[in-house]
Design a protein around this ligand. Structure first.
Ligand code: 2DT
Length: 212
């Protein structure tokens, strides 16, 4: 598929507060694209399968304590360790749907009080997504969906701070999606936006690096 010599897969990121529906929608998007004959994979960050990812996982489940700066850099390292594979997949024509990326990295650490620019610095040089889909929902509404679990960040007050920090990151690659609607409506909207993006990338839209 795709005739241009620079044809590549799209890098699509889903972001939002806990329980906004990202994970469900990400996997549906992959199914949708595959159904149309596109090559697509679902990736999630943190990727808990690597050794860095295991340290992150143990921190998130409160089994270990780490300084805020330290865990921030581990989250970033967890993206850097996947960077070259990411580029290979995209150049090979596979579209990647990411459940969280650098935006989560900055928003969550910034919500703890770390400096915004400091938080962005270790992300510089990672691949820029072609599209960021922000599933917008209030923490209160999100919590109604079965309640937050017991992981470290799943509290309404903290989620409110995260939402404010996400707003500082909005740029032209972002689309804000009203995530309070029925799941099927959101799914349809996302399908249209993502398919459009996949086509642009097939036509040779160049890859760029954060933050630009
Ligand atoms: P889930 O695996 O349930 O999405 O929770 N986080 C994530 C950060 O603080 N920094 C990051 O860079 C990333 C990717 C968001 C993961 C939790 O970890 C937070 C929620």
């Amino acid at each position: 598929r795709g005739s241009s010599s620079n044809s590549r897969g799209a890098l699509v990121v889903l972001e939002g507060l806990d329980r906004c529906g990202k994970t469900t929608q990400s996997s549906r998007l992959v199914q949708y694209l595959e159904g149309l004959g596109h090559s697509a994979e679902l990736w999630r960050f943190p990727d808990r399968t690597t050794s860095v990812g295991q340290m992150i996982s143990s921190y998130l489940s409160n089994e270990s304590q780490l300084d805020d700066h330290t865990i921030h850099l581990l989250f970033s390292a967890n993206r850097w360790e996947k960077r070259s594979l990411m580029e290979t997949k995209l150049k090979g024509g596979t579209t990647l749907i990411l459940d969280r990326y650098s935006y989560s990295g900055v928003a969550f650490s910034c919500a703890k009080g770390l400096g915004f620019e400091w938080c962005k610095a270790p992300e510089v040089g990672l691949l820029t997504p072609d599209l960021v889909l922000y599933l917008d929902i209030s923490p209160e509404r999100a919590a109604e969906r079965g309640g937050y679990g017991c992981e470290r960040y799943e509290q309404i007050e903290f989620q409110n701070k995260v939402a404010k920090c996400y707003q500082l990151l909005v740029d032209s690659k972002w689309q804000i999606i009203d995530a309070c609607r029925p799941m099927e409506d959101i799914e349809k909207e996302l399908q249209e936006i993502v398919l459009d993006c996949v086509k642009r990338c097939q036509n040779g839209e160049p890859l760029s690096h954060l933050w630009s």
